[in-house]
Design a protein around this ligand. Structure first.
Ligand SMILES: CC(C)(COP(=O)(O)OP(=O)(O)OC[C@H]1O[C@@H](n2cnc3c(N)ncnc32)[C@H](O)[C@@H]1OP(=O)(O)O)[C@@H](O)C(=O)NCCC(=O)NCCS
Length: 179
């Protein structure tokens, strides 16, 4: 398994597999911004917005590939653009194909996304996930801190509006924190 950061140009040929990865996650019940069933073209339209953000250099897209080169997971880093937030980034859409879970790929993606953030000077990282999901164990396991829980945050497929847990991680080497 290997992890690589894709440029906009490199991501385009992978759009169909990225759409399939997103559909797999949504159909498995993941709280990842979309609700099942995805409309035709909905996943493709989403990934095109990611490619646009890659072109603007406001996003980092990492993909995990298996030994045969197939995409088995991905994660993104949304780079804050405001003048007072350029040390900050949000980790988003961490997903591993249902056939490839529990093999350490999610953990490897988190490590890689943190390394990429550090390389870009993004030392305050944030993310959120549905309260109680397995993802929480993944994040806590790689050193993220729970900041708090907001009730009624994101709708799930069954119509409930579930709480979300907000996590942060301050990467070492931060030189500009003032408390
Ligand atoms: C969350 C997700 C990315 C984890 O990917 P993964 O490759 O299976 O994770 P890993 O194998 O690296 O697991 C890392 C740790 O997370 C926890 N974990 C992950 N899946 C778990 C499960 N099904 N049950 C219990 N713990 C689990 C464990 O602590 C695990 O460590 P361990 O295997 O040493 O016990 C994956 O389940 C997924 O894609 N879920 C759907 C999308 C999603 O919810 N993303 C997060 C919100 S954006």
């Amino acid at each position: 398994m290997g992890i690589e950061s894709l440029s906009a140009e490199a991501a385009v040929p992978d759009l169909p597999v990225l759409s399939a990865l997103l559909a797999d996650a949504v159909e498995s019940g993941a709280s990842i911004g979309f609700l099942p069933p995805l409309a035709p073209g909905e996943a493709d339209a989403y990934w095109r917005t990611v490619v646009a953000a890659l072109r603007e250099d406001t996003r980092v897209l990492l993909v995990a590939r298996d030994a045969a080169g197939a995409v088995v997971g991905s994660a993104q880093l949304e780079l804050a653009v405001r003048p007072n937030a350029r040390h900050r980034a949000e980790v988003a859409k961490v997903m591993v194909h249902t056939q490839a879970r529990r093999q350490g790929i999610g953990r490897a993606l988190m490590r890689a996304v943190e390394a990429e953030a550090r390389r870009r000077g993004r030392t305050t990282l944030v993310l959120d996930t549905r309260r109680g999901d397995h993802a929480e164990r993944l994040y806590a396991g790689v050193g993220w801190t729970l900041a708090g829980v907001i009730p009624k945050y994101a709708r799930s497929a069954d119509g409930r509006v579930d709480p979300s847990a907000f996590y942060y991680k301050l990467l070492e080497g931060t030189s500009h924190d003032s408390g």
